[in-house]
Design a protein around this ligand. Structure first.
Ligand code: PRT
Ligand code: ZN
Length: 298
């Protein structure tokens, strides 16, 4: 294949991952010119172009070298790695997990079934769009079950009588409940990932890729960071500090006119939950604020 000097990223044309993937790339300083066919978006500024495709095609496009990178669900990537023929030639790897498109691949059985464990699936028919991942799980648990591969509408198979259980993606669990199904086993925790070849190119594309990974790390770190501001008295400072979610040492500032009070500022590595806030308040903090971080340069 002719070598390219521009990096090419495959992503979902239209679906759950499209908006968050574009947003992430924009935050990395990439912008794209809309083309008429909307399948190929030419990168402005940086030499990085986008190919918009069905998510299921993304791992294959990377394996074939048509694209250098792809943004795709771990479920799709792992299924491809288990089922694609002749993959040994160009194995893929998960370069980064991206923190959106979270869901899990689970086995669900009819709600009324008294499920005791994997052995109960012995001899049952399980409908799925993920025969590779399901097959691997069944082998690991020494369960001999029939795998019925369906392209979609997996959740109605038990009602139609074409399967006894299903193995499908679950997010809120609403679809399962609506179909009188109950989640019993989680096979895979999934989210969108940046997929690429196991060996990265060692040319201009490789340099651009390295730069992109660095920016991505910065964007992900900032996106997950929160700035926590609160007031505490000197007496409760130690108890409050002990409860702060992980991160670098907090900064302390005096409060004008109240020598006993301190203003505390802490950068937290992830979400700060209501429960954590309530605990910190109980320890003596007040006037608490949790702020998102826009940009960070250490
Ligand atoms: O056209 P194309 O093939 O590109 O799109 P698609 O229809 O195959 O994919 P799409 O857009 O539905 O999903 C893309 C990716 O989003 C998936 O591969 C997952 O990695 C991720 N994702 C996250 C999900 C869900 N959450 C999800 N809830 N993909 C599908 N679902 C479906 C699930 O299959 C089930 O039907 O939503 C239903 C369950 O949702 P809850 O909330 O009712 O549990
Ligand atoms: Zn798909």
């Amino acid at each position: 294949m002719k070598t390219r000097d521009r990096l090419r990223i495959a992503m979902q044309k239209s679906g759950r991952l499209t908006e968050p993937a574009l947003d992430l790339l924009n935050r990395c300083g990439l912008s794209f010119r809309q083309s008429r066919d909307k399948l190929f978006l030419f990168g402005e500024g940086e030499p990085v172009d986008l190919l918009l495709v069905r998510d299921d095609d993304i791992p294959g496009l990377i394996a074939q070298g048509v694209c250098d990178l792809g943004i795709v669900g771990r479920n799709v990537l792992n299924e491809f790695q288990l089922t694609a023929p002749g993959l040994e030639a160009s194995p893929l790897s998960e370069l980064r997990s991206l923190g959106f498109g979270r869901c899990r691949l689970s086995i669900a059985v009819p709600s009324e079934m008294d499920y005791q464990g994997p052995q109960q699936l012995q001899g049952q028919r399980i409908a799925t769009s993920y025969p590779g991942l399901l097959g691997e799980w069944l082998r690991t648990h020494a369960v001999n079950a029939g795998v019925i591969t369906l392209a979609g509408s997996v959740e109605i198979a038990p009602k139609l009588g074409t399967a006894d259980a299903i193995c499908d993606l679950v997010q809120s669990g609403g679809t399962l409940v609506a179909n009188q199904l109950r989640e019993t086993e989680v096979l895979l925790e999934s989210e969108a990932v940046l997929a690429g070849p196991l060996t990265l190119p060692v040319d201009e594309r490789g340099d651009m890729l390295e730069l992109l990974l660095k920016r991505l790390d910065g964007v992900i770190q900032v996106r997950e960071s929160r700035l926590l501001l609160l007031q505490t008295s000197r007496a409760t400072l130690e108890a409050v500090t002990r409860l702060l979610p992980g991160g670098p040492q907090p900064t302390l500032m005096p409060v004008a006119g109240q020598p006993d009070q301190l203003m505390l500022q802490a950068l937290c590595a992830g979400e700060v939950s209501w429960r954590q806030l309530e605990e910190i308040k109980k320890a003596g903090a007040r006037e608490m604020f949790v702020l998102p971080v826009e940009k960070m340069l250490a």
